[in-house]
Design a protein around this ligand. Sequence first.
Ligand code: GAR
Length: 220
Amino acid sequence: MTAQDITTPRIVVLVSGSGSNLQALINATRERDFPGEIVAVGCNRPDAYALERAKQAGIETFTVDHTLFDSREGFDVALKAEIERHSPDVLVLAGFMRILTADFVRAFHGIMLNIHPSLLPKYTGLNTHQRALDAGDETHGVSIHFVTEDLDGGPVIAQAEVNIASDDTAETLAGKVLTKEHILYPIVLRWFCEGRLQLLGDQACFDGHPIPRPMVLSAD
Ligand code: GAR
């Protein structure tokens, strides 16, 4: 293999908010041996702090403001065009809080990852921390999954658990889960960039073998 054969996977990250997961990914990809490069960060909110983080890291940004579109389809077409300018090998949703159309999801089939703050299949959608508390759960956590047309329902690759303490609130639990998110997402993104993860049909595979159940980082 010559040097020209080796291409660094191009990562595009989509964000909507504070971007603490983006920061964890920026930090990880700056490590000398990381097998991928964040080439752009896209956002649907012009005032999101995540954009500031990307700029401080010298990463190109783009904003597609969803409030300027009459329809979800119109927004997704514009977003897709912006993303495609950067020819991503992997599209990483890191706190991107928009529901995506089926056309958009199909366009990035097999290369789109999402992080969701619950132990899927529990608690798809919003308010996951409060729902785990209300249910009296003893453990909670975060999942990273391939994105399919099924909202928060794509094959789960990996999860990290946290123990719920009797005095936890939705805020303290969110903090505990975020700490795990920042550990888990760089690990999974590294696997993807190393070519170890694939989505074959509706099955997540690791090193060519179906993942029968998510890989789990247990609670401390
Ligand atoms: C994270 O907790 C992430 O898991 C969640 O949004 C937060 C973003 O935080 N994502 C979802 O709820 C997606 N459905 P961040 O902007 O600080 O990374």
